[in-house]
Design a protein around this ligand. Structure first.
Ligand SMILES: Nc1ncnc2c1ncn2[C@@H]1O[C@H](COP(=O)(O)OP(=O)(O)OP(=O)(O)O)[C@@H](O)[C@H]1O
Ligand SMILES: [Mg+2]
Length: 266
């Protein structure tokens, strides 16, 4: 089977950073699978996504993307000029022109029919996220890349959004790479979860990952969702993390992260 994206040994050093933001990451995305990246703030999730898309310079490794791969990308931050009026209809035509029928159809698909003439800045958070998804779907993507697509949504909105993603996958066969903080919901909606903290701490099925010591070390034993993420400290016990790989797929954490190295030696 041909992976849509196959990345080996990815490392990224942002200018001015004293150590790599992500280091020695192997990652692949197969057709039609839903892969979710979880990890604390600053753990390199968005950087990893952008590296996979070829948007940041690599300091090591390489990324192979299937030739002609169509990608629909919703970045974590979408800058909308508040002073400039823009309707939903116009927004959907940037950068790719679409006709009225296509616009209407995709808004219907994402559960926000009839919003064409609304101003983007007047939309609720949930409506805006759906419009972003709609725009990402316009190019009939083989891979949807969604960086924290449920930010600003309430709990029912989050559940509905993931249900929509699963429907889209079932209908179009698109693979989905998501970054998320909605641990419990996302776990249920994913085929594979990658737990990131500069390096891949663990990855596998949601069941395997949620049971993994590395995951628990990062998110707290109870791991009840978003809150646990903010309690994380970067100096968590990497020894624990090292044991994970006996149970879950992934490289040896103790050797693939500068910080883990210090910890292991110290
Ligand atoms: N363009 C950049 N230049 C310099 N440093 C950067 C750049 N982009 C990100 N960083 C740094 O790299 C680290 C990882 O950032 P990244 O945005 O990948 O994390 P994240 O896991 O997506 O975090 P969050 O959960 O807050 O979205 C952070 O310390 C951030 O400050
Ligand atoms: Mg991010």
């Amino acid at each position: 089977m041909n992976a849509l994206i196959d990345a080996r040994d990815l490392s990224v050093n942002h200018p001015g950073a004293d150590r790599p933001v992500i280091s020695h990451i192997d990652m692949h995305i197969d057709p039609a699978e839903i892969v979710t990246v979880v990890g604390p703030n600053g753990s390199g999730k968005s950087t990893l996504v952008r590296a996979l898309l070829g948007q940041v310079a690599l300091s090591s490794g390489k990324v192979e993307r299937l030739a002609g791969l169509r990608i629909g990308y919703v970045p974590q931050r979408v800058h909308i000029e508040r002073a400039m009026p823009m309707t939903v209809r116009r927004f959907l035509s940037l950068p790719l022109r679409v006709n009225d029928a296509q616009a209407a159809q995709v808004l219907e698909r994402t559960g926000v029919p009839g919003l064409e003439s609304r101003q983007i800045i007047s939309l609720s958070g949930g409506q805006f996220q759906r419009v972003l998804l709609a725009r990402a779907l316009l190019n009939a993507p083989q891979l949807l890349v969604l960086d924290e697509p449920t930010q600003g949504l309430d709990q029912p909105g989050i559940v509905a959004f993931y249900k929509l993603i699963e429907e889209v996958r079932a209908e179009t066969g698109a693979a989905v790479l998501m970054v998320s903080h909605d641990l419990l919901v996302v776990m249920r909606a994913s085929d594979r979860v990658v737990c990131l903290n500069g390096h891949v701490c663990c990855q596998g099925t949601p069941q395997a990952v949620s049971a993994a010591p590395a995951y628990r070390a990062l998110f707290g034993a109870e791991s009840r969702g978003t809150l646990a993420l903010y309690r994380h400290h970067h100096d968590h016990d990497h020894d624990d993390v090292g044991h994970v790989h006996e149970h879950v797929h992934g490289p040896d954490c103790a050797h693939d992260h500068a910080h883990a190295h210090d910890h292991a030696k110290g």
